[in-house]
Write a protein that binds this ligand. Structure first.
Ligand SMILES: [Zn+2]
Length: 307
């Protein structure tokens, strides 16, 4: 069943677990992420990045919404890293249940302005918004030197940002980066900084660049206020590494033979992440009352989105 980003993250934030969020850009990822989330009874967020959206097209979104709506676990569908008000508006028109506006590369005042504009637009129709402060960086490749230039989120700025913009979720730069890390770099999560930001703002925090981070650190970060963790590279690397392995056999040509081993590996990743984030069984904390087709409702605390 579909929930807004705010409503799917709220029980996690209150209970000290985090909702895994996966960048989806093909049908196999969609089905494997949902199947593993259902098996673990974990809520999950499906992320559609603007670049991926352009690649997969609007028709693919119909599959995402259909699969999410019939899922036995809470699901939200979020625009990942919207760069402009127009991209956020397009996501709202397509009935995404959460949007991210990422103005983190803009000057702070402009980041606040663009985020506030998206919040005003999205909240009018009950959709939640994620903003971002600090530098989590572009996609790989990066050098070790580039990693030194990262700007961490600041608790005072975070407070001003949340009060000014009204965002529901805040992505913070606290030591991780997007994509695959340069060889020899081990990310170090700033746990004390996460705790200070959480104390300052009191809304759920989001960790981007969840791939490649040390599991124990991520689990600790979740206890300190991280309630949504974005995962892309770890899932895709497992998926395509397995596909390459299967395809070394030149006799392979049937998708129904080629894909299942790779999708099984994706499910292993999703299960592992659910354990790290403490979300196994987390679906039980959403007050869901099954009803007849077309009448499903989340009975409490949820701005139900019907499709
Ligand atoms: Zn991100």
């Amino acid at each position: 069943m579909l929930l807004t980003g705010k409503d799917i993250v709220a029980p996690a934030y209150a209970r000290g677990f985090a909702v895994a969020s996966y960048n989806i850009s093909d049908y196999g990822m969609l089905m494997a992420v949902l199947a593993a989330s259902e098996a673990a009874q974990s809520p999950v967020i499906l992320l559609i990045h603007p670049d991926d959206w352009e690649f997969v097209g609007d028709q693919f979104l119909a599959s995402v919404f259909a699969a999410a709506a019939s899922s036995s676990v809470p699901v939200a569908i979020q625009l990942d890293h919207g760069a402009t008000v127009e991209q956020a508006a397009a996501a709202l028109r397509h009935q995404f249940t959460s949007v991210m506006i990422d103005g983190s590369l803009l000057p702070f005042d402009q980041n606040m302005a663009i985020t506030r504009e998206v919040v005003e637009m999205a909240h009018r129709i009950g959709v939640s918004v994620e903003g971002e402060i600090g530098t989590i960086g572009p996609r790989d490749p990066r050098s070790l030197e580039e990693m030194q230039d990262f700007v961490f989120a600041d608790p005072e700025q975070a407070k001003e940002f949340v009060e000014t913009t009204g965002v529901d979720l805040l992505a913070v730069a606290v030591g991780t980066a997007h994509g695959v890390y340069p060889a020899g770099f081990v990310p170090e999560l700033k746990l004390d900084l996460i705790a200070r930001i959480n104390d300052a703002i009191g809304i759920p925090l989001v960790l981007h660049g969840g791939s490649g981070a040390v599991d124990e650190q991520v689990s600790q970060a979740v206890k300190l206020g991280i309630a949504k963790v974005n995962i892309s590279a770890d899932m895709k690397t497992a998926y395509f590494t397995k596909l390459r392995e299967v395809l070394t056999d030149p006799a392979q040509r049937e998708p129904l033979d080629i894909y299942p081993p790779a999708l099984a590996v994706v499910q292993d990743v999703v299960r592992h992440k659910a354990e790290v984030l403490g979300s196994v069984g987390g679906a039980a904390h959403y007050d869901y009352r099954p009803a007849g087709i077309g009448e499903r409702r989340w009975t409490e605390g949820a701005a139900t989105v019907q499709h």
